[in-house]
Design a protein around this ligand. Structure first.
Ligand SMILES: [Ca+2]
Ligand SMILES: [Ca+2]
Length: 466
């Protein structure tokens, strides 16, 4: 390989920029904004393509468990299970990680359950297992290699870049952005899974993931707290057309476990250690994997902030609907009508992370007591647990509303059950009821239920449609 290094002496000799060129991938400079800006002060270049050693590991519906190694060469692609009539997904890992890690393969396997796809796990561990600043430069090589691969697909097979979807986690999200920049935004879709903050947040669009890098860019933020002092590794700024902030985007449920419970996790010690160090950051790809199998389990609600969402002020979805976070985000009709569209939702604390949000309003009847009221939903898709709607003074004819996120999709609601308790011993055995309960789905559909009865503490009351 021809390799040229030269220095360019700029005007007045005040700044010296370096540039390195490779026959196949072109030139890489350390000029601003690639280096020498406040977010990336060190003037360093990416390593060579040989040293980064980007590898393409192909899984398909025909070889879901064992990859075929591809290189960006027409004959090896022809000899593989790659099918030009299918979509192609590239999955790019992040800092310290590797392409053979289970999570990349799991995304492919879930995809094979729902579609036919060329699923290429991109390994660049030789370039990711170094200092962070160097790795953040090496993603330029990874992005260039993916772009080169896409160019070969187009020039040798007439394969349209619009059929390509690049998914990148952490630093891999910016590698995905670079692959998109180098293919002039013609890639169909880029998904950024908690794009890395350090060296990227607040930088020019040229060097980071941004909406111009593909026709459609969607982003999941799971670790958006500041890197200093919170060690929140992901970006907080919006960098896509659709930016999802599950659970508010900073602290993911299930991530506050102690070290011991992490290590006895079924995923084993390595996975446990990973989760302990970077649990919030890794949630983004776990949500994506679950989203593939739950087409309506990750509805994202437009809202001014997560605290407003948590105060139950952003339900139901607007008339144009809610986009789904994750795999089905591309089904949202308004997906590219603006950039930086922001959405909030809650997830579970362990897989299956999917949740379905309901709004329930209860009008009380019976005695006035202090206590808690809970409601469970029964529908044509499933039955929910009991969720608390209100606690406090239970007054007849008062109405209380709450929203909750069920781990079961109820579907069309057929009946509801009401229960109340206060753990107070009361010899008069007070009775409380719900004269009316309304259940609203996130699409605005409302189901109403009524009862004339009242029940004693801890006794279920079933309400029928009315
Ligand atoms: Ca960009
Ligand atoms: Ca952050």
């Amino acid at each position: 390989m021809m390799l040229l290094i030269w220095t360019l002496s700029l005007l007045l000799g005040a700044v010296v920029g370096k540039e390195i060129c490779y026959q196949r991938l072109g030139c890489f400079s350390d000029d601003s904004p690639w280096a020498g800006i406040v977010e990336r002060p060190l003037k360093i270049l990416p390593w060579s393509p040989e040293d980064v050693n980007t590898r393409f590991l192909l899984y398909t519906n025909e070889n879901p468990d064992n990859f075929q190694k591809l290189v960006a060469d027409p004959s090896t692609i022809t000899d593989s299970n790659f099918k030009t009539n299918r979509k192609t997904v590239f999955i790019i890992h992040g800092f310290i990680d590797k392409g053979e890690e289970n999570w990349l393969h799991n995304i492919c396997k879930n995809l094979f359950n729902v579609e036919s796809v060329n699923c290429i796990c991109v390994d660049w561990k030789s370039g990711s297992r170094t200092g962070y600043t160097q790795a953040s430069q090496n993603v330029r090589i990874v992005g260039a290699e993916v772009a080169y691969f896409i160019d070969v697909l187009e020039s040798s097979f007439g394969y349209s870049p619009s059929k390509v979807h690049v998914i990148g986690h952490s630093l891999g999200a910016h590698a995905a952005g670079e692959s998109g920049r180098r293919t002039n935004g013609t890639i169909g879709r880029i998904t950024g899974l908690d794009p890395a903050e350090p060296c990227f947040e607040g930088t020019p669009e040229l060097v980071r993931l941004d909406p111009s890098d593909a026709r459609f860019v969607d982003v999941i933020h799971t670790d958006s707290a500041p890197i200093i002092p919170n060690l929140g590794f992901g970006m907080s700024q919006t960098v896509g057309h659709l930016d999802f902030f599950p659970n508010g985007g900073r602290e993911m449920p299930g991530c506050k476990k102690n070290a011991l419970s992490q290590i006895v996790d079924i995923d084993g010690i390595w996975e446990g250690t990973r989760n302990f160090a970077a649990c919030n950051h890794l949630r983004s790809y776990k949500y994506y994997a679950d989203s593939i199998l739950n087409p309506d389990g990750f509805a994202g609600f437009p809202c001014a902030s997560y605290s407003v969402f948590s105060a139950n002020k952003c339900f139901p979805c607007p008339s144009e609907g809610c986009p789904q976070m994750g795999h089905y985000a591309d089904r949202f009709p308004g997906k590219t009508k603006a950039v930086g569209q922001t959405f909030y939702l809650n997830t579970g604390d362990a897989s299956n992370f999917a949740r379905w949000r309901y709004k329930v309003s209860v009008t009380l009847s019976g005695k006035k007591v202090r206590g808690h009221i809970l409601v469970s939903l029964f529908g044509d898709r499933g039955n929910s647990k009991q969720y608390e709607i209100f606690k406090g003074s239970l007054q007849p004819d008062s109405t209380h509303s709450n929203e909750f996120d069920s781990d079961v999709e109820v579907g069309d609601v057929q009946k509801v059950k009401f229960i109340w308790y206060n753990n107070v011993i009361n010899p008069t055995l007070p009775r409380v009821g719900a004269s009316k309960i309304s259940v609203e789905l996130n699409d605005g559909k409302v189901f109403n239920f009524c009862s004339q009865e009242t029940v004693r503490e801890d006794v279920l009351l079933t309400l029928a449609p009315c």
